[in-house]
Design a protein around this ligand. Structure first.
Ligand code: NAP
Length: 248
């Protein structure tokens, strides 16, 4: 058990929500970042409070540096930062690269890549022993798309997750001797709202037959891996990327 603070971006729904609840159950004080859905964030807070956990919700679009600075300021007021889950991520409608606008690609990279790196920057400023911190853990949400490339659907998203993988390896090495670990999870097809936001709510179930386990995964199955990486049970794990994908 810990009494440290964990910041979870996009903690209001899907994988982030499940991670917030699982982290609170392990004693973390949870900062639930959300983009717009106040009702969803409030539901997560109520769920955590019902189990005697502690959490706050902070509106934070990770595409905005000002929002990220405000998120970490709120976390500072809540307690000592011990972990960051870079979970917020977006997809776009399924199209080919030749039809993508610059705005779509820039937004994808701003949220999935720049946002994650800026949040990690803020976490390292607080957690690294080099900066007077007590160490901590950063878990990044990548995707099996980083390996598959997602042709004809969202190559830009896949490329953004490839960047998350490289960033995980590099930052992990950078802070390894400073009390901090960095790891990534590559989820496969997980049953969340993200598929609806890409225009195809049933996508995960439609493609489930391509998964060796022949089923989609749940947010809780990803959250379990994330809280393991955040725990001392994973104390020798850094710069590592873990597929949680039913074998895909
Ligand atoms: P989701 O169900 O769509 O939930 C997205 C969450 O992120 C919500 O809490 C949302 O907040 C928040 N969010 C959206 N845009 C944001 C922004 N610009 N800034 C900050 N927060 C933002 O997503 P999910 O499926 O749980 O995915 C979580 C992560 O796992 C993502 O990085 C995704 O790429 C990755 N992943 C998912 C799958 C999958 O099959 N589901 C597979 C591989 C990887 P609001 O509630 O306020 O909208």
């Amino acid at each position: 058990m810990t009494d440290k603070v964990v910041v979870i971006t996009g903690g209001s729904r899907g994988i982030g929500r499940a991670t917030a609840i699982a982290a609170a159950a392990r004693g973390f004080k949870v900062v639930v970042g959300y983009a717009n859905n106040v009702a969803a964030a409030d539901e997560v807070l109520a769920n955590i409070e019902a189990s005697n956990g502690k959490s706050i919700a902070v509106k934070c679009d990770v595409g905005s540096e000002a929002d990220i600075l405000a998120l970490f300021k709120a976390a500072d007021e809540f307690g000592t930062l011990g972990a960051l889950v870079n979970n917020a991520g977006i997809v776009g409608p399924s199209i080919r690269v030749e039809d993508m606008s610059a705005e779509r690609i820039q937004r994808m990279m701003a949220v999935n890549v720049t946002g994650s790196i800026l949040c990690a920057r803020e976490a390292v400023r607080r957690m690294s022993t080099r900066n007077g911190g007590k160490g901590g853990v950063i878990v990044n949400l990548s995707s099996v798309a980083a390996k598959l490339g997602s042709p004809n659907t969202y190559v830009d998203y896949a490329a953004s997750k490839g960047a998350v993988d490289s960033f995980t390896i590099g930052l992990g090495h950078e802070v390894a001797a400073e009390g901090s670990r960095v790891a990534a999870i590559r989820p496969g097809l997980i049953d969340t709202d993200i598929h609806a936001s890409g225009g195809e709510p049933d996508r995960a179930h439609r493609l489930a037959h391509m998964v060796p386990m022949k089923r989609v995964g749940t947010s809780e199955e990803i959250a379990n891996a994330i809280v393991w990486l955040m725990s001392d049970d994973a104390s020798y794990v850094t710069s590592a990327i873990l597929d949680v994908s039913g074998g895909r």
